[in-house]
Each structure stands twice: as C-alpha cells, then as structure tokens.
Design a protein. Sequence first.
Length: 142
Amino acid sequence: MHEASPTIFRAVLFMAGAFIMVLGLDIGLGGITTRGWLGSNDFVAITNAHAYAVQDNHVKFLGGVWLGVGLALWAGAWSPPRYAQVLRLAFALIFCGGVMRLLSDNPEIAFGPDIIGSLAAELIGMPILYVWHRRLDATHLD
C-alpha cells in the first residue's frame, strides 16, 4: 500500500467526521427545521404544535446520534487501529442509512440532485472506507 495512503485515509476521516459533526449539531440544536447552517430552514408549516414538538424532539435525538457518529470518525482519524471496530461500525451504520433512503416511497428524491451526493457517500463511500481501513496494515496506521 502506498505510504501516503494512511495519511490520506486519516484526512478523509477527519473531514468526514467534521462535516457529520456540524450536520449533527445543526439538526440536534435546531430539530426538524435545523439551525439552517447547511441550507434553508423555512420548509415546514406546523399544523399540530404538540405532535410537531414530539417529532422535533425525536429529530434532535437523531441529530445527537449523528454528532456521535461524526465524533467516532474524528476519533478514528487520530488513531485508526485503536478505534478499528468503532470505525467499521460507523461505516456500516452510515451504509444502512443509505439503504433506508433507497426504501423510501419517493425514489425521485433519493436519486435527485439534492440527495445523490449523500447517497453516493453512504452507499459507495462507506464500503470504500471499510475496505480501505481493512487493507491498511496496522503498522501503517500507528
């Protein structure tokens, strides 16, 4: 394996983890409408305040989970051997999220321009990172 590969792998994990943490904070702190850090947040009209508040609370929880996934990738960027199992689990979880997009009732959205980048990262990028991590010899990552 090329000598730069472990460094590039760590850089990719660091950037992906940082982006996911920002997204997790945007959702976790803002709920359904987000804080708007990564795009417009004026896309919902509330017709039932209580039901909205309940769902908003669930979405904030999911934002916190996403923040945790980003933290796991970030930790793995510093020490891939130490966090090997955590990284592989994170890659698998993100891949599962991509599969769920495919199972949605709205494939034109899943394959549309607003989602396709995320879908590609989830369904193509995560398996690549998984295989890349497994192929890197532990001595290259220390």
